[in-house]
Each structure stands twice: as C-alpha cells, then as structure tokens.
Ligand binder design. Structure first.
Ligand code: TRP
Length: 340
C-alpha cells in the first residue's frame, strides 16, 4: 500500500448472517470498490454483530468465510485494502464497552433498527440488540475513519456514532475523528422482487424476492421472471406508484450503466416480459464471473486464511493505538509492555 499516510480512511462491514445478496453487492460492495484506490480502505466481516440474533454456529462460520471469498471475488483486492474478521481484533469489544459508558439509554431506545428488530424478535430482545450501535461506533472510531459507506437504513447508526465521538471528544479533548456517512444514490435500497415495498434481505425475505450471490443463472432468471410489477405496461421510473418496475429499473441501470430514460425508451411498447428477461440476463452477466471466482477461492482455504490473518494483524496494529489513547484519556493505568 503506497502513500497510506496521506489517504483518508474508509471503513465498512456486512454481517455474515446469511449469504450475500444482490442488495449487498449493489448497495455496498460495488460502491466500496470504487473507493479503494483513493482511500485507505478497511472492510470487515462483522461476525460479532451477527449474534444479536440466534445463529447456527457452523452456518455462521461458513457464512463468514464465504463472505470473505465474495469480498475478494467482487474486486476488493487484499493487496489494496484491509480485509478482516471483527472477532479477531479484541479492541472492537474493548472500545464498545468503553463507548457504552458514553452512550445514553434514551438515545439507543430511539434507534429505528432496535425498534424494528425487537418487534420481530419479541422472544429475544437481548442487550446486544440494544447496544448494537455502540459496537458499530467502536468499529468505525477505532480506525480514525473519515468515510463510512452504508445503506440508507444504517445512516442513523453513523449519526449516533458521530454523537458519541463528539461527546467523548468534548470530555477528553480531541480523540476520535468524526466520520461522515456515504449513502450511494442508486443501489442504496434494492427492494425485494416479490414484495417491492420491502428491502431485499436475506433474513426477512422468502427466497423468491431475494437474489443471492450464490444463485445459479437459472435461479436468477426464475426469480426475475416472477418479479412483481404492476397492472399498467409502462417501463417508467416512479418509485412512489410503480415500486416493482422502478426497482427493476434501478437494478438494470446499475448492471448495465444505462440511465432511466434510455431504459424507458428501450422497452417502450414491449411489455414487462421482455423487460424482466433483460434485467435477469444483465444480472446473470454481472454475477456469474463473481460466483465462479468466489467458488475458486473457497477451494483454497489456506489462501483465505492468509488473507484474514494478515488483515487482522494490520487492523490490530491501528486499533491498538486507538485503544491505548482511549484508555489513557479515561484514566486507566497503562499495562506495561514486554517488548517495547
Ligand atoms: N450495522 C451494519 C449493517 O447492518 C453493519 C456494520 C457493522 C457496519 N459495523 C459497521 C457498517 C461499521 C459500517 C461500518 O449493515
């Protein structure tokens, strides 16, 4: 990594609660990739955030490794960025505890995601679900992050991170960099193909509305053919009144680079059948090389291990410096180091 000193820092992450989706690719990873030459970029597999809901241990492990393979296959070159697994760097838990003591019960209670998730998991409203945004703030602040690319639904969590950091800096003097969120315009909210008023999601959705990055071309085509549209016949971008069609247009637009006017013209008078086929095909073209690359990488566990262990080492080095500073500021006695 050349010139890392002058570069601004970018951090983001995805929970390995399931297989990555078209939504995570278009809304997150594809955008991240555009930044990796200009920012010192750090991408995390946030496994600690995953256990706020019950996860099968074997599945969590499988998902995390698969996610790493897909990160790389999507173009996050480990030579150009840091790729690591959150639980490998203990500073995340340490800073999370510390920041929790500078976060108010009231402000966490107002988080929309907490309210949504507690409604959905009424039998398991655990403390982790409540303090989730504090751990996320720790993720971001450990690395002096300038920019946090996230989906629309995570903006509120970056806001609370800024509030916590500002509060801490107010008490102890300049400690944390105040991060900005970056929400991409197109792709930030890819909706379900079967219920286009809901976000495409691996956890909430029946499989029909959700394209997984592991789906075969046949699966992809089948899901697009069944995508929900509406009863008029016009391919026109109108996210208020034509949610399904507008969502398909967004997907087609990012997959092909065509703008909405071009797309409307291309399908004017042709009906939804050929439109859906074209969108499905564009997605197959976009995803199949990624899927093949990821499958290759997953055969090489030693390589994947070398990537995440080197990533953890690099992340650890940065995070440790922040923790030392934070512990000093709050008044903990420095632990003597054996080797310098
Ligand atoms: N909460 C994020 C999500 O659900 C994932 C996440 C955890 C994250 N820590 C982060 C995103 C830090 C950006 C930065 O999508």
């Amino acid at each position: 990594m050349e010139n890392v000193q002058n570069k601004k820092i970018l951090f983001s992450g995805i929970k390995p609660t399931g297989t990555l989706t078209l939504g995570s690719y278009l809304g997150a990873i594809k955008n991240w990739k555009q930044f990796i030459d200009d920012y010192r970029s750090i991408f995390c597999i946030v496994d600690m955030h995953s256990i706020t809901v019950r996860m099968d241990p074997a599945e969590l492990r499988r998902n995390a490794l698969q996610q790493l393979a897909y990160y790389i296959a999507c173009g996050l070159d480990p030579e150009k960025c840091i790729l690591f697994i959150q639980s490998h760097v203990p500073a995340h838990a340490e800073l999370s505890w510390t920041l929790g003591c500078y976060t108010m019960f009231g402000e966490l209670s107002r988080m929309t995601q907490f309210k949504d998730k507690s409604a959905k998991n009424a039998d398991n409203i655990n403390a982790g679900l409540f303090t989730y945004p504090v751990l996320m703030a720790a993720d971001i602040l450990l690395y002096k992050t300038d920019l946090v690319p996230v989906g629309e639904d995570q903006k509120q969590h970056v806001e609370i991170c800024r509030d916590i950091a500002t509060r801490f800096n107010g008490v102890y003097g300049d400690t944390f960099t105040i991060p900005e969120s970056f929400v991409p315009k197109v792709g930030a909210r890819i909706m379900s193909l079967s219920e286009p008023d809901k976000k495409m999601s691996k956890t909430d959705d029946s499989n029909a509305g959700c394209i997984l990055l592991t789906d075969s071309n046949d699966d992809i085509m089948r899901k697009f053919k069944r995508a929900v549209t509406d009863s008029d016949m016009e391919v026109r971008f109108d996210p208020q009144n034509k949610k399904g069609v507008s969502n398909l247009m967004s997907i087609y637009s990012v997959a092909t680079g065509k703008d909405f006017d071009t797309i409307s013209n291309e399908f004017s008078g042709k009906g939804y059948g050929s439109f859906k086929l074209a969108v499905g095909e564009s997605v197959c073209d976009m995803l199949s090389p990624i899927r093949e690359k990821a499958n290759e990488l997953l055969k090489n566990k030693d390589y994947l291990e070398s990537v995440y262990s080197l990533g953890a080492e690099k992340a650890e080095a940065i995070a440790r410096r922040t923790m030392d500073k934070v512990y000093r500021k709050v008044g903990f006695i420095a632990k003597p180091r054996r080797n310098g």
